[in-house]
Design a protein around this ligand. Structure first.
Ligand SMILES: C[S@@+](CC[C@H](N)C(=O)[O-])C[C@H]1O[C@@H](n2cnc3c(N)ncnc32)[C@H](O)[C@@H]1O
Length: 284
């Protein structure tokens, strides 16, 4: 079988072993969410985090990013802090901690622990291999679009006197969105396709990250793809994908979700690159 035939497939297996067979510097973007401590059993898994992080650094292209969506388990009333430990280890293997983003849930699960506020967010760490190559920022409306400011609204902390030579320009109509992103979890129709998986992230979250950090034709890897959310959205957006999960049952679910969207064509340009052996696996 030609190597390139593994692109745009869901692969069943341990992501560590499968990534070891991938070429270095071959993936444009990774979007994934690992098991959170031992919070869920899924269908049984092994999670050698440090080796997975090293492999991710090896397979990602220079300028590419890893989006790592993660949270901590609460043990004996206190958070494990695993997400921070992992973030610091990603730095140790060579990644830059490019952006610590927040996934805020509009419909968080009610808290069962006492003496604390309801947990309603997860981290979305964005790690980059060197300076980020692709950023297509999501733009939002400015609250005060068009407003002409009489001087500055910022406090002046300089000790010496400062004067403005000219008036500030009117407030622009659009600005880059902030790094706290809000989603409803599990209620949208497209997310309900994933209900046989215990912890899928919203398609909308995948869409926002994929549009931000990749371009059409790029290769997106999800090494722990679960119900296949990343792969499904990547396909819808004209990206190529590789999905891996250690559970055969989740791989089947991911394949079913992808089949619903089979109308989206394989990206021709990149397919030619794969065929020319530019890329990717040596599967034994
Ligand atoms: C948080 S879930 C991912 C959910 C996914 N983002 C979605 O939208 O459906 C984590 C997944 O990691 C998988 N997993 C755990 N260890 C793995 C490993 N070593 N290799 C591949 N997959 C693994 C689990 O089976 C589980 O489906």
């Amino acid at each position: 079988m030609e190597n390139y035939e593994f692109v745009n497939h869901i692969l069943h297996g341990d992501c560590l072993h499968i990534m070891q067979k991938m070429n270095a510097d071959s993936v444009d973007m990774v979007l994934t969410s690992p098991p959170y401590d031992n919070l869920r059993t899924y269908n049984g898994f092994i999670f050698p985090f440090q080796n997975i992080a090293r492999q991710l650094y090896r397979v990602v292209k220079k300028g590419g990013v890893v989006v790592w969506v993660v949270n901590d388990a609460t043990v004996d009333g206190s958070e494990t802090g695993t997400s921070f430990t992992q973030a610091l280890f990603f730095k140790e293997v060579g990644f830059n901690l490019h952006d610590t983003m927040i996934f805020r849930k509009k419909n968080p699960i009610p808290q069962i622990y006492r003496k604390r506020y309801n947990n309603e967010f997860e981290y979305m760490f964005v790690f980059s291999k060197g300076p980020v190559e692709t950023h297509n920022p999501i733009m939002v409306d400015c609250l005060h679009a068009g407003l002409e400011l009489n001087g500055t609204t910022y406090k002046n902390y300089s000790k010496s006197e400062q004067k403005r030579e000219k008036m500030a320009s009117p407030v622009k109509s659009k600005k880059i969105k902030g790094n706290i992103w809000e989603y409803v979890v599990g209620k949208n129709l497209e997310d309900q396709e994933a209900k046989d998986h215990p912890a899928p992230f919203p398609c909308e979250l995948a869409r926002d990250h994929i549009s931000s950090w990749s371009n059409a034709g790029d290769l997106i890897l999800d090494p722990m793809c679960g119900s296949g959310t990343t792969c499904k959205v990547a396909k819808q957006m004209g990206r190529n994908f590789v999905g891996i999960d250690i559970s055969e049952q989740y791989c089947e679910l991911a394949k079913r979700r992808l089949a619903i969207h089979s109308e989206v064509p394989f990206n021709k340009t990149r397919n030619d690159e794969y065929a020319q052996g530019h890329f990717l696996f040596q599967m034994s």
